[in-house]
Design a protein around this ligand. Structure first.
Ligand code: FES
Ligand SMILES: [Fe+2]
Length: 406
C-alpha cells in the first residue's frame, strides 16, 4: 500500500498557463510553455505514453482460438494469436522475410505461419520453419512481447521486456468479485490520452452532462499525491430537479436535492498509466469501481482506444441490477459520447493552435498534468506530423533497427 499524505485543499490557482493572446495582453515574465524559471515545459500533448507498462490491446473475445488479430500500440503493429491450446501470445506484426503482416497468416498449432511463403514463428518470435529451407539454416525471427490475459483483457508489455516481470498488472479485483456486475466498454477516441485523464478527473465539467444528469455540483474535498499517482475526492450535491434513473443506477439513489449530499465519496485516481473512479458510502462500502485506460493507437498518439471496466455492486434484492442493466448501458454510453465529443474538440483545438494554450485553474488537474509529463516516455516527442515535430522512437535505440533482425 502507498503511504497516504494528508488531503490538500483545492484552492483555485489562476496564475498558471497563460495563452499566447493572454500572454500578450498581460505581458507575463515568461512565454507560454515556459516556466517562470525559464526551464522549457514539455507540451503535454506531445509526450508519448511510457511503454514500460502493461497495456490491454484487445478484449479476450476478439482473439479467437486458432486465429490471429492485428492491433497497434503507438503506431507499432503487433499481432496477437490464440493457439489451438488457447494460449495467447504477441509478436511484431511483420514477417522477417518480406515484412508482410503476420496477422494475415494462420495459426498452426502453437505457432503462426506467414501467409506468403509459410515462414513459421513460435510464441517467442523464433523462426521455427521455412518450408523450403533446411531446419539448420533458419533465419532470425521477430520480436515477441510479454503477454498476459486477465479478466477478459489481453495485456501486452510493449517496452523493455526485461522490466515486465517486476511491473505489476493492474488490480481488477472487482471484476471477478461476485458481489459486483461489470460492464466492459470502450472504443477509439481521436485524442491524446492526456485529455482523457483530465476529463475524468475534473468533475467540474458536470455542466457538459446536464441533459443526462440534471444540475449537479461537484465539491472537491481535496487531493493527494504520491510516487506515480495523484487522486482527488469529491462529493456531489443536486442543485435542482430529480435524479435521472440511469444516474441513480450508476451512482446510487440516496442523493437529495439541495445542500450537500449523502456523504458518498467519489475518488478519482490516476496511477500511471491507469485511471480509476471509485464511489464509497460513508460505511466505506465500494459501490462503484471503474478501471479505465487509454491506449495510444497511432505513432503520433492522436488517437487512443479506451478500455473500461465498470463494476457496480449488486443491491440486496437479486436480479434488480440485471433488470436495470440496459438502462445503465444506455446512460453510460450517452455520457461517454458527450465526453468523447468534447475531448476530440480539445484535440482539434490543440492541433490548430500548434501548442498547449490551456489555462488550467484547478490544482488537481495541474498535478495530473505534471504527473503525466513526468511519467511519460522521457525521450519521445509525438505530434501532429507537422514539420516542427520530431518523432523519435523511444525504443529503437534499445532494440536496433528492424532490418538488423532479419
Ligand atoms: S513474406 Fe512471410 S514467408 Fe515470405
Ligand atoms: Fe464526463
Amino acid at each position: 500500500m502507498h503511504a497516504v499524505p494528508p488531503l490538500e485543499q483545492d484552492t483555485v490557482d489562476v496564475t498558471v498557463d497563460a495563452s499566447p493572446a493572454q500572454a500578450a495582453s498581460q505581458k507575463p515574465a515568461h512565454a507560454p510553455g515556459q516556466a517562470a524559471n525559464d526551464a522549457p515545459v514539455r507540451d503535454l500533448r506531445r509526450v508519448g505514453i511510457h511503454p514500460d507498462y502493461w497495456y490491454p490491446l484487445a478484449w479476450s473475445h476478439e482473439v479467437k482460438r486458432g486465429k490471429t488479430h492485428g492491433v497497434t500500440f503507438a503506431g507499432d503493429p503487433i499481432v496477437l494469436a490464440r493457439t489451438e491450446s488457447g494460449k495467447v501470445f504477441a509478436l511484431e506484426d511483420r514477417c522477417a522475410h518480406r515484412q508482410v503482416p503476420l496477422h494475415q497468416g494462420v495459426v498452426d498449432g502453437e505457432s503462426i505461419r506467414c501467409g506468403y511463403h509459410g515462414w513459421t514463428y513460435d510464441c517467442s518470435g523464433k523462426c521455427v520453419d521455412v518450408p523450403y529451407l533446411g531446419r539448420e539454416r533458419l533465419p532470425n525471427g521477430v520480436r515477441s512481447y510479454p503477454c498476459r490475459e486477465i479478466e477478459g483483457l489481453i495485456f501486452v508489455f510493449p517496452g523493455d521486456a526485461a522490466l515486465a516481470e517486476q511491473r505489476p498488472l493492474p488490480d481488477l479485483a472487482s471484476v471477478s468479485d461476485k458481489k459486483y456486475k461489470t460492464r466492459r466498454f470502450g472504443r477509439p477516441v481521436n485524442c491524446h490520452y492526456s485529455f482523457m485523464h483530465e476529463n475524468l478527473m475534473d468533475m467540474n465539467h458536470q455542466f457538459l452532462h446536464r441533459k443526462q444528469m440534471g444540475q449537479m455540483r461537484a465539491r472537491s474535498l481535496g487531493r493527494r499525491r504520491g510516487e506515480g499517482w495523484v487522486e482527488v475526492d469529491y462529493t456531489f450535491a443536486r442543485m435542482a430537479g430529480q435524479q435521472p434513473i440511469g444516474e441513480a443506477i450508476v451512482f446510487g439513489q440516496s442523493r437529495k436535492t439541495g445542500g450537500d449530499n449523502d456523504k458518498d465519496v467519489m475518488t478519482i485516481r490516476t496511477e500511471y498509466p491507469y485511471q480509476t473512479l471509485q464511489i464509497r458510502t460513508s460505511e466505506q462500502t465500494l459501490v462503484m469501481n471503474l478501471w479505465i485506460i487509454y491506449v495510444p493507437l497511432d505513432r503520433e498518439q492522436r488517437t487512443n482506444r479506451t478500455f473500461g471496466l465498470l463494476s457496480i455492486r449488486k443491491p440486496g434484492i437479486p436480479g434488480v441490477l440485471n433488470l436495470a442493466w440496459p438502462l445503465l448501458v444506455w446512460f453510460t454510453e450517452r455520457i461517454f459520447k458527450e465526453d468523447r465529443e468534447i475531448v476530440e474538440a480539445e484535440q482539434r483545438a490543440h492541433d490548430s493552435q500548434g501548442a498547449d494554450w490551456n489555462h488550467e485553474v484547478f490544482p488537481v488537474i495541474n498535478d495530473l498534468r505534471a504527473l503525466l509529463r513526468e511519467n511519460g516516455a522521457p525521450d519521445q516527442v509525438v505530434g501532429a506530423g507537422t514539420g516542427d515535430t520530431a518523432v523519435i522512437r523511444f525504443w529503437d535505440s534499445r532494440r536496433g533497427s528492424p532490418l538488423a533482425k532479419s
